[in-house]
Design a protein around this ligand. Structure first.
Ligand code: FES
Length: 260
């Protein structure tokens, strides 16, 4: 993929959805071509922070040329904290869309699980809006701050799990699948590594294809820090093990292609 230019995006709105979780609509050219599962690398205006933050795309409004990002503030004096303080008409440099995104065609005519956990929940929303199949959306949260729930309910059957048991199934997304006796013949998922491991094992057992986004393991998003390297099995080379950069080769992989 050719290196892309930085572009100055304009903040259209900003709101807080839950503790530490913010939603921002920005006007950017990336909206013209972005697809579900891709991300933007967003720079702060603080020159001491040279590397951008990869932030997943939550919603795309092509007509208005806008993208919604829903992100977690990772601490004080961080890039994400600076994003959360931005207001309408503020500008920030972005590069994108980046990454491969979820393959949508594979799901046609099938019954799918669309699974998101924690800060892996947001990219599942645009996926749920665009994918053409029978959708069962399973989203896992820590507590009753179930951000984006209403939007999910407009796009499929929604099942919720919470770690503290305050909403839906007590436990994780796999517990919600079991409790509701859900079944699927293809899986799309994004979330923390332990969740993806469990989903990968389930997909193997069920013998169904499973696409996972490893975006939570990215740091710079532009191939500069090597923090995202993972082991992958390259089928074309007779199961030789290769290292892949999640931000360049992914973030979406077939679960059988990568070691978690
Ligand atoms: Fe930095 Fe991939 S996230 S190299």
């Amino acid at each position: 993929m050719a290196e892309r230019e930085k572009e100055l995006a304009v903040v259209c709105s900003q709101e807080q959805l839950a503790e530490g979780i913010f939603s921002m609509w920005i006007r950017t050219k990336a909206a013209m071509t972005a697809m579900p599962g891709q991300f933007l690398s967003m720079y702060t205006n603080d020159k001491s922070k040279l590397l951008p933050r990869p932030i997943s795309i939550c919603e795309i409004d092509r007509e208005k040329g806008m993208i919604r990002v829903v992100y977690r503030v990772t601490g004080e004096h961080t890039g994400t904290e600076e994003f959360s303080r931005m207001r309408e008409e503020d500008t920030l440099p972005v590069i994108g869309p980046l990454g491969n995104g979820f393959p949508l065609e594979e799901a046609r005519g099938r019954k799918a699980f669309l699974i998101g956990g924690g800060i892996g929940v947001p990219p599942i929303l645009e996926l749920a809006k665009q994918i053409d199949c029978e959708k069962q959306i399973i989203v896992g949260y820590r507590d009753d701050q179930t951000f984006l729930k209403k939007e999910f309910e407009q796009n499929g059957a929604v099942y919720i799990s919470t770690e503290d048991g305050s909403v839906g199934t007590a436990g994780n997304v796999m517990d919600a699948i079991r409790e509701n006796a859900l079944q699927a013949d293809i899986i799309y998922a994004c979330g923390p590594t332990p969740m993806l491991k469990a989903i990968k094992a389930y997909a193997k057992e069920q013998e169904i294809p499973c696409y996972i986004s490893l975006e939570e393991r990215m740091a710079c998003g532009i191939g500069a820090c090597l923090a995202c390297v993972c082991k992958s099995k390259d089928k074309d080379h007779h199961s030789h093990v290769h290292n892949k950069r999640i931000c360049k080769d992914g973030p979406v992989f077939l679960s059988t292609e990568v070691e978690l």
